[in-house]
Structures are given as C-alpha cells and as structure tokens.
Design a protein around this ligand. Structure first.
Ligand code: AMP
Ligand code: MG
Length: 502
C-alpha cells in the first residue's frame, strides 16, 4: 500500500470518532477469536507517522494526546472497534508448520476512508490463543525496525503495510537479553495472508475456504466476480501483484528475510518486517536473516521463493479452482510475465534508459556480475552512475563510480557498454540524471542506520529515530543534513546480525 494520491484527505477525525465497519469481524466466529489486549503499563509515545495518520484522516494533533497513547497501547478500547486475533496457518522455511495465527497481533477493526478500507492492528499488546510458546510481546528494537521500514518502503513507492506509531514502556521482555516491550500499530486494507487460505484447505474446510475467497474477491477484486473461475482469476491477480512486488524488492536491493507463506500478503504488500535488510556491498547470495542457515531466503532466491509460495496458495485454492492445470497456468504465466517485464523496466530506469528494448537484460546481468564480483555498494553505485556524463570524459570524470569497483578494467568495460546503449537514445544528460535520481534512492534503511536509532532509543533518546524517519520520507532527494545516512556501513557495524528474535 503506497500513499494514495487520488483523493485529497480531510484531516478531521479524533481517534474516538473513527468510522468503523469491521468486515473481517463479520466472518464466522472460527475465523478469529474476539479478545481484549493485555495492554501496556505506563506507555509513552515513541514516534508517530503523520503520513500514516493522514491515511486514517486523523487530525494531525492526535498523536500528542494521552488518549491516543492509551488506545495504541491496548489499554483503552475505541467505540466501534471489535478486537480480534485471526487464525491462519502456513509453510515456514519450506515445511508445513500447521496452525499459526495472530500470536501477538490484535485487529482493532476496519476504518472506512475516502481511499477505501483500512484495518488497524496492534502488534505486541499481549498473548492470544495463537501465541503458542510466544509471550505476545514485541520489543522496542523490532518495533522500531518495523516502523521505520514500513514508512521507508512507502516513500520508495513499494507496496507495504504502514506503521501509525510506536508506544513504548518500561515493561521488561526477555529475548537474548532483557529488553522492553513496545507496541507498533500497523495499517493495511487487509492482513489476509496466503496462509489464511492454506489454513482452511489443510483442515479440509471447503465452505470456509470459499467464504474467505469470496470475502477477498468482493472487497478487493470485485472485477473478478464475473470470471469463469473467480478463484483462478484471484490467484492470477495475486500472482501478478506478488511478481510486481518481487521486481521492486530486487531492484531496490530489499531482502525480507522470512518469506514464509504466513508472511505473504494476499494484496501483494510487503508484510511482517522481521530480519529484513537492504543490500550494502552487493552479494547475490546474501542472507539477511542470521537464522536462515540454508539461505532459503537469500536475495537471489526471493523471486523463486515467491513463486513457490504462490504454488502453496494455488494448492490451497485447488478445491475452488477444480483443475490443477488451470491453477498452475494462473500462476506461472502471470508471474513470469509480470516479473520479467517489471524487473527489466525498473532496472532500465535505474540505468537511465528511457525506452527499454530487446537485449537490455544482457546489460543488466553484466552489471549484476560486476557488482557481485566487486562487492560494490548497491545503493551508492546507482546514485553515482546517475552523475556520469553519457559521453566518455575520462577516468577522472568517472572516478566517483570507479572508486566503488575494485576491478577498474571491468568497470570501464561495463561503462563503455552502458554508454553505447545510451547513445541509442537522445536524452540530454541533465534530463536523464534527473530521471535516474527519481528512481535510485540516495537513502535506504541500512541495518546500521536502524541500529543507531535503536541504540539511542533504548537509552530513552528518540532524536536519532526521528531523524532517520524524517530522512527516509524523501529517499530520492538530496538532503544535506542527512548526508551521514547515505554512507555504507561504518566499521562498528561490520558484524551486525539480525535474526527472527523480535
Ligand atoms: P513471524 O514469522 O515472526 O511473522 O511469526 C510467526 C508466528 O509466530 C506468527 O503466528 C506470530 O504471531 C507468532 N509469534 C512471533 N512472535 C511471537 C511472540 N512474541 N508471541 C506470540 N506469538 C509470536
Ligand atoms: Mg508473521
């Protein structure tokens, strides 16, 4: 979900008068469990996103109110909300994991907005019947990572769930070490996952499977209602959205880290931020999740894994589609077509090519080979490339880019091929550079940047967190005050590792 720009938003609501219309709560009772969150003792506001608040048409002054903090801590219920935790199942690391569900997420309800429905969900406000061994809590560290990345992805134009705010507390939570509890409030039109469908299929509950498919189609894909097989049409649409999302992740160098089917959004949104990462020194096999020993979710494998996940969804939908070949076809054709088209288009834009043509994929794969062999910083490379003139002016002019590549000869050879390609277009340098800067971010949420904000926040200082959040709202703009966030990882961050612990 990216910031909608279709309708001007009127910012008038107080949290207490949000217009709830809880469609998910109206599904039969076994889709969820109604419950009250535990809440959080003595909560305080850590950070809020004004852009996310605007999506709910909330008055911009709302986050400053004490009541806002109490509601987002799960301590006070809103009139009209029907709080619930949803059940789902899923495949984790390629294996069937059985029932999972919202183990620490409470859906407050769904709000009607000018741009469609938006669900509000608290993450970390206590245990639910789906918590299994978990404590129902989220720590400040992981809440900050989710908040920053949700809002950064939206600013990058990548479909994602959003983050409204974090509330913190001194309530202790045990992870590898003692940390403190926080609640991150998330927004999305729907939190239905591939695993929501797998749940009913695995339990042989055809009626519920159909109900859920009808629910998703009626709400989000009404144009598919008249298709010969609405379920197959939905699968095709989810395949296209997932392919489009993968193309965007790959192009920007984002790694999700835990692409289990329970973390795959039916709407094609980036969902459930855990041990994610943005590529620093490029390594196609990079594994951003310290817990992922086999590298199932490495950068290179993400598009394959998403395709595998779609097949898990397809098998779950089989009772509705009826025909295995039709199911495969709905996925394979749509996924490959959209992924290849979008990926090449995005990469061509990153290279400053205005009109992609046959053979551009060769230039792109040569570039990936170059970046991989030289472990060049992915984000810096494209930003620097944008500054180079299309006609060669010698090594000095190319120095800012050549400095990122150890093998200068290979670098020059690739640059020559790139320039040759640009000669086929007559776009002036200034115009091309502007277009490249609009698609090659200068600022992404590198792990070291998130870590700096987390370390300060754990000491009670939220200034760095707010500075990072502000900077990442405009990832493509030159922001002199944020220059330090455009740098590769400093020495102290060399050994940083992120795991599933959250
Ligand atoms: P994840 O892969 O982190 O999105 O979570 C997988 C499953 O574990 C989901 O059902 C989560 O709700 C659940 N879970 C993760 N952490 C906790 C926790 N601290 N308490 C309860 N459930 C959790
Ligand atoms: Mg999850």
């Amino acid at each position: 979900m990216t910031a909608p720009d279709t309708q001007p938003l009127e910012r008038r609501h107080r949290l207490e008068d949000l217009p709830f219309d809880n469609s998910f709560a109206r599904l039969p009772p076994h889709f969820h469990t109604r419950l009250a969150p535990w809440g959080l003792p003595d909560p305080h506001l850590v950070i809020a996103s004004d852009e996310a608040a605007a999506l709910l048409e909330l008055d911009p002054r709302e986050p400053a109110r004490g009541e806002f903090v109490e509601v987002l801590a799960g301590n006070t219920a809103l009139r009209g909300s029907e709080i619930l935790a949803a059940v789902y199942s899923g495949h984790q690391f390629g294996h069937w994991a059985g029932q999972l569900g919202d183990g620490r997420a409470h859906l407050l309800g769904e709000v009607r907005t000018a741009n469609g429905p938006l669900e509000i969900q608290l993450k970390g406000a206590g245990r639910t019947p789906y918590s299994r061994m978990g404590d129902g809590r989220a720590v400040l560290r992981s809440s900050i990572r989710e908040f920053l990345c949700s809002e950064a992805m939206a600013a990058l134009g990548i479909p994602t769930t959003r983050a409204l705010a974090i509330v913190g507390s001194s309530h202790p939570v045990q992870r590898e070490e003692r940390e403190t509890a926080a609640v991150c409030t998330r927004l999305a039109p729907s939190f239905v996952r591939f695993g929501s469908f797998e749940h009913w299929a695995a339990n042989d509950r055809g009626d519920e499977l159909r109900l859920l498919a009808d629910y998703v189609i009626d709400r989000f894909f009404p144009q598919l209602r008249e298709a010969a097989s609405p379920a197959a049409a939905m699968l095709a649409e989810v395949s296209r959205r997932t392919a489009a999302l993968m193309a965007r992740w790959q192009a920007v160098g984002f790694m999700h880290g835990v692409m289990n089917t329970d973390n795959m959004s039916i709407l094609g949104l980036t969902l459930d931020y855990g041990p994610f990462g943005f590529m620093d020194a490029f390594d196609a096999n990079h594994i951003c999740n310290h817990t992922d020993h086999g590298g199932r979710y490495s950068y290179r494998r993400q598009p394959h894994v998403a395709h595998w996940n779609l097949h898990a969804l397809g098998h779950a939908l089989l009772p509705l589609i009826g025909d295995e070949a039709a199911m495969q076809e709905a996925i394979d054709r749509n996924y490959a077509e959209v992924y290849n088209r979008d990926f090449v288009a995005l990469m061509c834009a990153k290279l400053g090519i205005a009109a992609p043509r046959e053979g551009d994929d060769e230039l792109i794969s040569q570039l990936y080979g170059l970046l991989d062999a030289n472990r060049s910083d992915y984000t810096l490379f494209f930003r620097q490339l944008g500054r180079l003139p299309a006609s060669p002016q010698g090594p000095t002019a190319d120095a800012p880019l050549r400095d990122l590549i150890i093998d200068r000869e290979a670098c020059d050879a690739w640059l020559a091929a790139w320039r040759e390609r640009l000669r086929g277009e007559s776009r002036p340098d200034g115009e091309r550079q502007q277009a490249m800067n609009a698609v090659n971010p200068k600022y992404v949420l590198r792990n070291w940047i998130a870590e700096g904000a987390i370390r300060a926040a754990r000491e009670g200082d939220y200034d760095e967190l707010r500075a990072v959040h502000e900077c990442l709202k405009r990832p493509f703009d030159e922001q002199p005050a944020c220059e330090r966030f455009a740098a590769p990882p400093p020495d102290w961050a060399a050994g940083l590792e992120v795991s599933c612990s959250s």
